[in-house]
Design a protein around this ligand. Sequence first.
Ligand SMILES: Cc1cc2nc3c(=O)[nH]c(=O)nc-3n(C[C@H](O)[C@H](O)[C@H](O)COP(=O)(O)OP(=O)(O)OC[C@H]3O[C@@H](n4cnc5c(N)ncnc54)[C@H](O)[C@@H]3O)c2cc1C
Length: 384
Amino acid sequence: MDYELSEEQKEFREGFRAFCEKEIAPQAARIDREGAFSFESHKRLAEVGFLGLPFPEKYGGGGKPFLTCVLAWEELARACPSTFLSSGIGCLLPGMAINQFGTEDQKQKYLAGLIRGEKVAAWALTEPQTGSDVAAIKTEARREGASHVLNGTKALATNGPIADWVVVVAVTNPSSALPQRMSAFIAEKGIPGFSAGEPLDKLGARGSPTSDLILQNCAFGGSQLLGEEGKGFSVLEKIQPFGRLSSAAYCLGVGQACLEEAIRYAQKRQAFGRPIANFQEVSFKVADMQMFVDTGRLLLQRAAWMMDEGREADSDLSIAKLFLSEAATWCAANAVQIHGGHGFIKGVKVERLYRDAKLGELRDGTSEMQRRKIALNLLGEGFR
Ligand SMILES: Cc1cc2nc3c(=O)[nH]c(=O)nc-3n(C[C@H](O)[C@H](O)[C@H](O)COP(=O)(O)OP(=O)(O)OC[C@H]3O[C@@H](n4cnc5c(N)ncnc54)[C@H](O)[C@@H]3O)c2cc1C
């Protein structure tokens, strides 16, 4: 086994880290405070090739393997979790759906604009009454001649308030079994009946706007169907792994940032005549953070490598995502602890990271759902 990244990967990571530290990290506190997505950062991320990293060169992408992508994802999340949530994960999932299931026309129209940073996209699966239980979605797509008419509400959509286009999953065949019941559609901003709710006032990742998306008698022509009718569940099965991979990278970036802040503060803060880093109670917390971050990074890179190799990575993705999301909240809680009361105050970086960290355990499959997936893969159908 070779644990060493190639020289090219190391150089790429260093270069992208320098960019994030110079241009992204200085915005992080402000966009959290103002609850404002940075279109400027989004545009710069397109210019440096970040938005297109995993996509084919034909559409302006970088054609990079996921092992390279996770290096950049970690760096962006380390610099600003909100920016990574919106410009990274939020655009990755709809972009991947178009890349894997779109027609050539759809790829030219939607994917190329996304990669150039001209458009922002969103992924709309969750509904007010259901998130984990995908089979319980209710948004209906009724066939009328050559069109589909969609009615329903999607909830908690990352980029909902700012998206130019959205991949929406809706029920087309309510009487069919799950694999044939749903279809995926592309909803463009401005089509009659399609609107975004008010931006939600969130605990963390506040620089990434989230909202409901409402579809009221919204007519979709054939060119807005993504993939075949009745194959929406296949779209989910193919796209959700990218959600787990990128969410795991979000958590790794947050955990790494917490570790660095904890070290910095522990070496600077004095108590009882010496730096608090000299107390074993503090230094062991830092050591444990390093252990969690390091282990999580290996799990993430293994899962990315398996995806690049075309290997079955279902459990590996869940293990990486579950471990890193719980590691990130642990690291954030202990980074605040090391900062004492000062870590509880707005404007102190670890306070923001503590709020941002929690999201990792919730989106792209909660921790409970990841454990269920791992258990199901170990124990088989009898587990259900
Ligand atoms: C900031 C943010 C951004 C998001 N962005 C998007 C997005 O872009 N697109 C999108 O579609 N969704 C998005 N989501 C939604 C997210 O994916 C869901 O919140 C998540 O899937 C959980 O669904 P839920 O909130 O409905 O919780 P529920 O499914 O109602 O679960 C509630 C609790 O019950 C537990 N639970 C449920 N079923 C089981 C079970 N079988 N066994 C054990 N425990 C169970 C869960 O683990 C959880 O703890 C976002 C959420 C947030 C907070």
